[in-house]
Design a protein around this ligand. Sequence first.
Ligand SMILES: Cc1cc2nc3c(=O)[nH]c(=O)nc-3n(C[C@H](O)[C@H](O)[C@H](O)COP(=O)(O)OP(=O)(O)OC[C@H]3O[C@@H](n4cnc5c(N)ncnc54)[C@H](O)[C@@H]3O)c2cc1C
Length: 836
Amino acid sequence: MKTHARVVVIGGGVVGVGTLHALVKKGWSDVVLIERNELTSGSTWHAAGLLPLFNMSYSVGQIHKYSVKLYDGLEAETGQHVGFKKVSNIRLARTAERMDEYHYYAGVAETIGVKVNFLTPAELKEIWPLCETDGIIGAIQHPDDGYIQPADLTQSLAKGARDGGAQIYRKTRVIGIEQKPGGEWLVKTDKGDITCEHLVSATGNFVRQTGNMLGLDVPVIPVEHQYIVTEPHPAIQARQKAGLPEMGVLRESDSSWYMREESGGLLLGPYEKGAPCCYVDGPAEDAEYELFQEDLDRLAPHIETAMARVPAFGEVGIKKVYNGAICYTPDGSPIIGPAWSRRNLWLNEGHSFGVTAAGGAGWQLAEWIVEGEPSIDMMGVDPRRFGPYASRGYLKKKNEEAYRMVFTLHYPDEERPEARPVKQSPCYDHMKALGAVFGSVYGWERPNWFAPKGYGFDPAEIERPDVLTNENHAPVAPGEKVKELWSFRRSNYFEHVGNECRHVHEKVGLLDMTAFAKYECSGPGADAWLDSILANRIPKKIGRVGLCHLLSQTGGVRSEFTVHRTGPQSFYMVGPGAFERHDWDTLTKLLPATGDVRLQKVTGQYGVLVLAGPASRDVLQKLTDTDLSNASFPWLTGKPISVGIAQAQALRVNFVGELGWELHHPMEMQNTIFDLVMAAGAEFDIKPFGIRAMTSLAIEKSYRLIPRELSIEYSAYESGLDRFVHPNKGQFLGRDALVERHAAGDKWKYVTMEVHGVSDADARGSEPIYRNGELVGRATSGGFGWRVGKSLALAMVKPEHGGEGTELEIKILGQMHKATVIGESPFDPDNECLRA
Ligand SMILES: Cc1cc2nc3c(=O)[nH]c(=O)nc-3n(C[C@H](O)[C@H](O)[C@H](O)COP(=O)(O)OP(=O)(O)OC[C@H]3O[C@@H](n4cnc5c(N)ncnc54)[C@H](O)[C@@H]3O)c2cc1C
């Protein structure tokens, strides 16, 4: 066995081998894969081999698309058969809301370049004559996907990798991992040690054990997944004999199962409720080709619906039931990218559709390793999107939920209920008592909006007993009312959010933003270090606040921080709560070795209450002896103030475009401040408001968000950050690439659009945008702007179509709307409210 390699990949399933193959394609041949047993002896051997292109995420969608294209050409490359059957993939709809989901998805697919056809029940019957169409209102078909033989695919990828110089060591187990002081990895195996520069973990169901070796609690725990294979059916055999094409992969989303032909019979795979987590501490050391005892009772409701939809399925006996472990993460997407707090350690784990994702995941990971950055925005699959809160107990609940919700409608406003609340602000109960309907981000509970007293629906009123995937609201305790219905359209909370927006604009509101990630940076080198990594000028005067972006090395936007200078050598920085681990990891990896910069994460020490609206000064002035007038406390400054008997660092900034202050206070003083502010605000009719109102208010200001308008896929100039980017200030991370990219000509332009003719479905982000029938861009956010009274969309379009006044079209849920490019910040473009 070699003793040194540039990269060692642990795990010879389809994902590990896919990564090895991609590294070789990128030109690195000194790469090694270590497999404890035989290739595909983990989850890969019993996968059903389906390659569903369907995915609501812009990034995962691109990964899947790449895989399918790669697999299509693999046989030509390696000479080894992969068994790819492009039989197409059909998803059925029985409800109007399911059709909304398909229309929304079709928009995402169009912007990615994935073909989707809409089918009528009659067209469906033509393709799938064994499928009954009663109750079906429509379907979508991916003509380019189908299924593949996972083992053949893996062997073919392995051949391609070996042909390019990679080495694969089978029957070799990694038993220990150490990082040497110089940063190299020492991988200990039962056949000897190997040292490498980069280490990739692709160990599937064994990831808990790998995590132990690495000292990382990787947020993956597998769940049991079963599929049933029947005996041959005469009708299918007759079709085969007659040379008729194989019927596509069929998915009855509303009954939560997939079905395809298999050896003259049928294969049925349900995603059922009650499937338990497994391998919580990993499989046994000697596990191979492992299957669990089947549990058909659990599948009964799905089998019943499958027999009704495809009677042939019930007409033949069951040949075999496969019950295998399938990896899950709390949100169901894999984790692909760098591990946190370790250098040159890469995770390609947590794949529940690993056969589908392997090619694309390997492609992006190889780019990241070889070039230092992927070309696709990987935030949706980044390992650092979960924090330390995602521990065993949390994972068990969340991963079982992610499994059972594979086929539920993926509403854009869905708030999944399991493992909540895990992180609460101290004012959680206060907010709840005021009617807060909570959402969750990075484990934090945040009020999304406030329901009036006694408001809600009786659950029985809104049940849809005709479908198995019935969840369109959070479950409620007996006797409790449902407050919020999820939808692709304007939902029941629309007007209430509008009231909150109006109230903040006309009077004053209070918002809990404790979930913000917070950092303190200090030391003699702090100023110079921040200046060297951030694109904006670092605030010079004590008290000044600036919005600063950390760019990727190619000039895209990786992170965003509000930077407040608190002293000659100290800064307080605020970032998005959802990216705390990502940003912390990025920042700490950039810290200079000189030791003259101290960086601390202080998220848990400070709560944040945002006071916003024209009366906010009057309210706060009642509680503090600090002069809050414009002359003494202008916009974009901050200072420590007393708030009654408590204290806070007050920053005169906010994300809603109104006069206001963010009060960053010691966490333990939150309720004192909350009570004081609410009491002082009573005479001004103060009311709480939530994240949904904040989002609408922010869209009216054209404020950008990671990973929507800001992303590594768009340069900072393309995202319209000219005001915040200063190439003339000297070197900073990504500067040269940004300047070069800009000089070569921007490929995108960030625009704000007014969408016309919207009555019940605003843009949400990811809708395709056209001009004269040509696809010219995609929406990144959207919603109704209550202050301007318009339906708005934020978008990235080709620059030649981004001029103010340009008439475009946007497809929302399958319907074309006229849209006009309007000036940035349709509400208060001169920031008069913020400066008031
Ligand atoms: C019943 C079932 C049906 C499925 N159907 C589909 C489908 O239709 N489409 C789809 O896309 N996905 C499907 N999946 C999921 C798919 O099987 C997985 O996502 C995929 O196989 C994961 O591949 P992997 O390489 O990550 O893991 P694995 O295939 O489990 O490979 C991990 C490898 O790492 C090795 N390893 C672990 N630890 C060590 C160590 N310390 N030293 C050396 N080697 C080590 C293991 O031996 C193993 O071979 C299905 C899964 C199940 C259970």
